[in-house]
Design a binder for this molecule. Structure first.
Ligand SMILES: Cc1ncc(C[n+]2csc(CCOP(=O)(O)OP(=O)(O)O)c2C)c(N)n1
Ligand SMILES: [Mg+2]
Length: 388
């Protein structure tokens, strides 16, 4: 059988067209690395140094250790104050010390912090008076410190609303020619909120210098991460908005600080926002009002004790001979003194003027408020006369 011309053509070797070079994948520079960045093993032994995340200077790590130890003692004291009725509620950040302290250590004093209810430790680590930090949780009507002076927004309870506030503030700062950075603390659960997405999108489009720092502590009250998201990492949420992202071991203090240094430098250089997801764990219940035995096993909590961020940094610094028994004892003493002073001040009954409720609501109070204020004033006067 003779072959057809077509069959002959098929049999002949194909002419190859020169391959078109593949277009570079624009998402490649935005995506986080597949594994969270880690510079220390859980036992504190160092991993090989990396060019992309150079280790922070030893003085910064020693200071981080000090603030983490004081922070943990503050946190334990605040939890005790809820049991004594001195605080209405307290969301503990025990176990999250590397994130709490790393977030503020990576910033300059004139940068802005946008915290949630979970960040009391971060704010005290920033140097804000602990009694002022706890004012809101004591049930007072204001946040205790002056946000403009401390460059720290009030602790935000409505989830994720701080994401849009930070985008607006950071955009305003850069618009006025300042190189201020705003760092947003946000939880894993709150990344499902619309405000998170709106804030990240706005910041990306307008190149606002914001670091969105997600503390993934694996729970939103009783809702575990697996019921929160199907994303492989919360840091993947940046790519859809054109925001570069990274994930880090949130219980490795050295890695947390190294990654945040890079994120802050990126934002400060005018390159827009950066998203960091820190993998960590909340060791205590959501607040003193939560029963964690209803949604997680004690074994799970125990397993995270082996990844304690303070023990990890301490053993690393000891092995490097930059921390010894005397320095550890001195820091522990500072932490005790800090807690004792806080206890003493929180046990003093605050004097609150009920009429102050009417202040700072409107520049010009409405006629209704004036009427109500006068009514309260008259009632207080009558009560004083009754006492006399
Ligand atoms: C808009 C809004 N919805 C619901 C709540 C109730 N709420 C308070 S804390 C919380 C869980 C948040 O979890 P996550 O963001 O992971 O932060 P974490 O408490 O773990 O630090 C919820 C649902 C709220 N405060 N605001
Ligand atoms: Mg959470």
């Amino acid at each position: 059988m003779t072959s057809t011309p077509q069959a002959v053509r098929r049999a002949s070797p194909r002419k190859r067209r020169p391959a078109t070079p593949a277009a570079p994948d624009p998402s490649a520079v935005l995506l986080p690395q597949a594994e969270p960045v880690r510079l220390l093993n859980p036992d504190g032994s160092p991993l090989p140094a990396r060019a992309d995340y150079p280790e922070p200077p030893v003085a910064a790590l020693r200071e981080m250790y000090r603030r983490m130890v004081v922070g943990r003692r503050f946190d334990a004291q605040a939890t005790a104050l809820t049991k004594q009725g001195r605080l209405a509620v307290y969301p503990s950040s025990r176990g999250q010390e590397a994130c709490q302290v790393g977030g503020v250590l990576a910033l300059r004093d004139d940068d802005w912090v946008f915290p949630t209810y979970r960040e009391s430790m971060a704010l005290t680590a920033r140097g804000i008076d602990p009694v002022e930090v706890l004012t809101l949780l004591r049930g007072d009507w204001h946040c205790g410190y002056d946000p403009a002076v401390r460059r720290t927004a009030p602790q935000c309870t409505p989830l994720a609303t701080q994401c849009v506030h930070a985008a607006g503030l950071a955009y305003g700062e850069s618009y006025q020619g300042r190189d201020t950075v705003a760092l947003v603390y946000i939880g894993d659960g709150a990344t499902s909120e619309g405000d998170f997405h709106e804030g990240v999108n706005f910041a990306a489009v307008f190149k606002a210098p914001v670091v969105y720092f997600v503390q993934n502590n694996r729970y939103a009250i009783s809702v575990p991460l697996s019921r929160q998201t199907a994303a492989p990492s919360l840091a993947y949420k940046g790519v859809g908005y054109g925001v570069p992202s990274e994930q880090v071991d949130g219980n490795d203090p050295v890695a947390v600080l190294a990654v945040l240094h890079r994120a802050v430098a990126h934002a400060r250089a005018g390159k827009g926002p950066f998203l960091v997801e820190a993998h960590t764990y909340r060791m205590e219940p959501h607040t003193n009002a939560d029963d964690q035995t209803r949604y997680r096993d004690a074994d799970e909590v125990e397993a995270w004790r082996d990844r304690d961020p303070i023990a990890r940094l301490e053993s690393y610094l000891r092995a490097r001979d930059v921390l010894d028994d005397a320095a550890v004892a001195e820091v522990a003493e500072q932490a005790e003194a800090y807690a004792a002073r806080l206890r003493e001040r929180m046990n003093a009954q605050p004097t609150v003027d009920p009429l102050s409720l009417f202040e700072h609501v409107y520049a010009q109070p409405t006629p209704q408020l004036v009427e109500q204020r006068e009514q309260v004033r008259a009632e207080l006067a009558a009560a004083r006369e009754g006492d006399a």
